[in-house]
Design a protein around this ligand. Structure first.
Ligand SMILES: Cc1ncc(C[n+]2csc(CCOP(=O)(O)OP(=O)(O)O)c2C)c(N)n1
Ligand SMILES: [Mg+2]
Length: 377
């Protein structure tokens, strides 16, 4: 079994900063939205309304919420396939996220990507990627592009920081090493966040990765800093991330984060979780990031049980409406199959809320099919 350390040890690693109650309440709601969204996705998957792959983020909500709160709207973000939490925390409309799950036109990728491919250009979210580790070279490329634009094209100083997420199972993928090498060599403003949930499918990190107990120290091999953070407590995650983001923005030096976290559910929808004990799962579930923040806010007299229940009702309504909206959105037509692969005739893709890219949308709230009568380019 895994020698992955329990959260009681992890939580001593980073201190919590003083966060305004109104901000902490907002993060609580965001984490609750992600959880409720995914519980409904699991249900819809079992009802065969969602097809293909589906990897839920339940247990890891504090990572997306805490890290994304630490960056600016103009900072690029790229992640792997366990991406619903990042999309929602980055500001994607849950209706567009749910419609993508359902493979409908109203989805953020017009229903052609599904669960693993959440894209939101307007919010600078560059996916959602299914090839393990492949998003890291893309993230390093994004950091190169922002730095080039800020410094060479605009003649100023590098201003943007890219967040590139990967799982612990992606650490040993060849292109991840190449990308880290270039990031160190070119001084790129990127933070590589390893969502270290202790497992790559059924393989514990200690079985598949050298120095699995201390992956942050490996960043030194590329000439940049490695930091360990607690991904089970959003206040700690945010505090540590904000400090790091500020430093990377100021120095334009890359960094690596060993973000300790845990996924409560299986790797995907068809995982019996035989590789770990129920006791281990219960230990983490008892230290749930939502429960932790709730207790913290109650301790500050900023939240009552009634407030929490009202928030829960509110989130449930929002998710139920997103399911209804997704179900009303039509499936992507076959005529759209080869569209959005290369640059389209009306110019580059300009963002999730831009009607220009809809090719004549009647569905202003989200996306619509390209005109099926138009010729393929
Ligand atoms: C290059 C490549 N190899 C193998 C796979 C199959 N695969 C899908 S997910 C996964 C495990 C990755 O685990 P991790 O990076 O820890 O992410 P987590 O699922 O824990 O979020 C593997 C091996 C793949 N998608 N791509
Ligand atoms: Mg993992």
């Amino acid at each position: 079994m895994s020698s992955f350390p329990p959260t009681t040890i992890i939580s001593k690693i980073t201190p919590r900063g003083e966060i305004a109650a109104v901000t902490a309440l907002k993060w609580l709601r965001e984490m609750m939205l992600i959880r409720e969204f995914e519980l409904r996705c699991m249900q819809a998957y079992q009802d065969k309304k969602i097809g293909g792959f589906c990897h839920v983020y339940i247990g890891q909500e504090a990572v997306a919420v805490g890290t994304l709160a630490a960056i600016e709207a103009s900072d690029p973000v790229v992640t792997a396939y366990r991406d619903h939490g990042h999309a929602l925390a980055r500001g994607m409309d849950p209706r567009h996220c749910m419609a993508e799950m359902f493979g409908r036109i109203g989805g953020c990728a017009k229903g052609k990507g599904g669960s693993m491919h959440m894209f939101d250009r307007a919010n600078n979210l560059f996916g959602g990627h299914g090839i393990v580790g492949a998003q890291i070279p893309l993230g390093i490329g994004l950091a190169f592009a922002t730095k080039y634009e800020d410094e060479v094209i605009n003649g100023g100083t590098s201003k943007r920081v890219t967040l590139a997420y990967l799982g612990d199972g992606a650490l040993n993928q060849g292109s991840v090493h190449e990308a880290k090498n270039l990031a160190g060599l070119f001084n790129l403003p990127v933070i590589i966040i390893c969502e270290n949930n202790g497992y790559s499918m059924g393989t514990a990190i200690s079985r598949g990765t050298t120095m699995g107990h201390d992956i942050a120290s490996k960043a030194l091999g590329y000439g940049f800093e490695g930091v360990v953070m607690n991904g089970m407590d959003v206040l700690e995650t945010y505090t540590a991330m904000k400090e790091l983001v500020d430093r990377v923005r100021a120095t334009s030096r890359p960094a690596f984060v060993d973000m300790r976290c845990y996924r409560y559910k299986g790797h995907s929808m068809s995982d019996p979780r035989k590789y770990r004990t129920r006791e281990e799962e219960e230990r983490y579930e008892a230290d749930d990031p939502i429960g932790r923040l709730k207790a913290h806010l109650e301790g500050r007299n900023a939240l009552t049980e009634d407030d929490f229940k009202a928030m829960q009702r509110d989130v449930r309504t929002q998710v139920r409406e997103s399911v209804e909206w997704a179900e009303q959105s039509p499936p992507a037509p076959v005529s759209d199959l080869y569209r959005d692969v290369y640059r389209e005739r009306w110019g580059p893709y300009t963002g999730s809320s831009d009607p220009e890219m809809l090719g004549g949308s009647e569905n202003q709230a989200g996306f619509a099919a390209t005109d099926p009568k138009a010729d393929l380019l």
